[in-house]
Structures are given as C-alpha cells and as structure tokens.
Write a protein that binds this ligand. Structure first.
Ligand SMILES: [Fe+2]
Length: 256
C-alpha cells in the first residue's frame, strides 16, 4: 500500500492475476461490463458487513441518504439509497486487505482489456450501500473522476424483492442483471448507463468501489466529498502530489 490512504495497492502484475483467474467464473454482459460470479464467499460478505458496523460504531462515518439519476415518469422522483463510506480512516483497507486484493486483481484484469489502461490508480470511494422498500436510483453514469466502478452484491436474493440492477447494452437495450450474493460487476464508469429499480421489500446491500487515475482524482478532489451527510474532510485524497483547489461539485449526482 502506498502512503496515500486512498491509493489502491499497486495493481497485480498479469502473472499474479493469471494465478487467480482459473478460479474466476465471469462473463461479459456488454462491452465494458464484466460480471464475476461468486467472487466473494458468504464469509467475506459478512466481513464487509462487519467493517460497516465497525465504521458506524466507531463513528468513522454515518449513514446518509443520496439520490440521483434521471427522474422517471413511471416511478416519479428517485428515492435514492443510504450510503456509508468505508474508506475513511483506512477502515476497509486495514480490515479487509485480502478482499481488497481480490478486487484489485479483477480491476487489473479489466484494466488490461481497456483501450487506455489506467497507469496510476487510486480508489475514489468505497461505499456500503443499503436499499430499503421504496428506494431506487435513476439512469446515470459514474462521473467525477471514476474510470472503473465495481459493485459487489452482499445480500442473498431471498432477502429482498425488486431493486433490479439494470444496464443499457451497446445497442441501448436494457438488460436485467441476475445478481447473486458474492457476485461482482465491474464496468467503465463513464460509459455504462445503469439504474436500480424500486425496491418492493426487504433489504439489499452492496459495496461499491470506484477507481480512477490518481492525477485526475487529485485535481478534482474525491467524489465522496460532496455527499449529503458525510464528513467531507476525511474523505478527500490527502497526499496528492499536487494539491489544487477543488472544482465546485456538480449538481448532478453520480453514484452507484
Ligand atoms: Fe452508479
């Protein structure tokens, strides 16, 4: 891990992820989006949840509601979801290094398929997100410096109804993802339009990690600094090589 608490660990070399790859079960949903099936074990999903409770109990961060995405004439105004930032004070990085390594291996694999691979990566945000009945997000892409977004499903499908994750494929056809506990999707943040359909019942929990070019993120400031109830001071990249005045945040939200 580099000095910067928000820096990704150095990406594994191709040889390293080739060693992990035989255990991966993945398919391409559309160019720019891969789905990895059962990448995480049930135990690892519980460990992520434990870190969420640790963050709450130690007041590293609290849950705050965010809402964004295009409004829908069918569903009305987006209700959003609740989010808690796990990257603050290195909580996730310190408590879940093996899970992070697995995730970074997949990121590296995806990055090598990219036309313009990232050369100096940095974590933009690590979010624990919870949806309850009535929550949903409209169509959006992930902006503000993120290049690759990962969404990891922490809940069993039996724990909730509704909340379908949808993406638009290369022909603009809407695809429903069959998202099981332990699955992870990784996609090009700025290219893949996605949304979450309204929750009908239960609770749906995901972890979202967004990764970008370190220089871009340092120029613009971390994405998580503009979210509603979060402590902005602890979510900014702290050790960027060149600290520049942050741009004013866009009104249009972009988050998974
Ligand atoms: Fe998103």
């Amino acid at each position: 891990m580099r000095d910067n608490p928000h820096m990704c660990p150095v990406l594994p070399s191709p040889k390293e992820y080739e060693l992990l790859k035989p255990n991966w079960d993945y398919n391409m949903i559309t160019p720019g989006l891969l789905q990895f099936h059962r990448l995480y074990t049930e135990k690892e999903c519980e460990e992520i949840r434990d870190t969420y409770f640790y963050v709450l109990e130690n007041r590293v961060d609290s849950m705050g509601r965010v809402s964004f995405g295009e409004d829908s004439s069918k569903y009305g105004e987006a209700k959003g979801h609740k989010v808690c930032y796990l990257h603050k004070k290195n909580a996730f990085q310190t408590r879940n290094p093996d899970i992070l390594k697995k995730l970074i291996s997949v990121t590296s694999f995806m990055n090598d398929r990219h036309k313009k691979p990232l050369v100096d990566t940095m974590i933009n945000t690590i979010e624990y997100i919870r949806y309850k009945k009535g929550d949903w997000l409209g169509w959006h892409t992930d902006l503000r410096g993120s290049e690759l977004t990962t969404v990891s499903m922490l809940s069993e499908q039996s724990e909730y109804e509704g909340g379908t994750f949808q993406v638009k494929d290369k022909d603009d056809v809407v695809v429903d993802l069959d998202f099981k506990q332990g699955d992870m999707i990784i996609f090009l943040s700025k290219k893949i339009e996605h949304r979450i359909k309204p929750m009908k019942d239960g609770r749906r929990r995901v972890m979202v990690i967004e990764i970008g070019n370190a220089d871009d993120l340092c120029r613009s400031g971390s994405s998580s600094d503009s979210d509603s109830s979060s402590d902005s001071s602890s979510s900014k990249p702290k050790n960027c090589r060149k600290s520049k005045k942050r741009r004013s945040s866009s009104k249009k939200r972009s988050r998974s």
